[in-house]
Write a protein that binds this ligand. Structure first.
Ligand SMILES: [Zn+2]
Length: 212
């Protein structure tokens, strides 16, 4: 489904005359990677007041979806921080509705996250971008050592501060993953995510990761 923007009446923080502009309310980062770049660059929903020429962000609710990264983020207005409890219960309702309507074609097997304001959204997207870059280096290093590469569930990886790709162990056990990760690290690859994953897999009673 496509990204959505609406024409809205906006007023700059200096209280100038209201003006009309298009504001994004739903961003599909997989279909519109340029909007993901806009989030990272701080240009999404950034407006310039035609009267005083000052720039300001349209600080209103927004939904950000990136299927590839299994990322669904409800972005609430920064000024609504104090209403967190109500917003979260509304988010759960909206999520249930969206799952059965707009997002029906999407395999939505990951839960929603929430942030307040576009700056926090930028940090989440940036973190996922870094995870992707680091994971690609891990996949390359693992393949160079002759390992099969396992793709982990992005949600599992996010919740366990782990990479998206790891060297597949020989037997699918946590211990097997740990040994394979250690071999990749010993090859000289510097990866805090993989080091954390290896530690996790070595832990007492560790379960193997969720693999796609
Ligand atoms: Zn103004």
């Amino acid at each position: 489904m496509k990204s959505v923007k609406f024409s809205e009446v906006l007023t700059c923080p200096h209280g100038c005359e209201p003006f009309e502009a298009d504001r994004w309310s739903f961003v599909n980062a997989t279909q519109n990677p340029e909007l993901k770049d806009a989030v990272l660059g701080g240009e999404l929903n950034l407006f310039c007041c035609p009267q005083c020429n000052s720039f300001f962000h349209g600080d209103t609710d927004l939904i950000y979806l990136d299927e590839q990264s299994a990322l669904l983020v409800f972005v609430f207005s920064d000024k609504n921080r104090k209403n967190k409890k109500e917003l979260l219960s509304k988010m759960e309702q909206d999520y249930a509705l969206l799952k059965d309507s707009l997002f029906k074609q999407i395999k939505l097997d990951f839960g929603p996250m929430y942030v307040f304001g576009l700056e926090e959204l930028k940090n989440v997207v940036l973190r996922e971008q870094e995870r992707t870059d680091e994971s690609e280096a891990i996949a390359a290093a693992a393949a160079a050592l002759g390992f099969k590469v396992a793709r982990l569930s992005p949600q599992w990886a996010r919740e366990h501060e782990s990479p998206l790709y790891v060297a597949a162990g020989v037997d699918g056990t946590a211990g097997g993953y740990a040994a394979a990760a250690q071999k990749v690290l010993q090859s000289g690859l510097k990866s805090p995510l993989l080091a954390h994953f290896a530690k996790l897999m070595e832990g007492e009673g560790a379960k193997p990761p969720e693999v796609l």
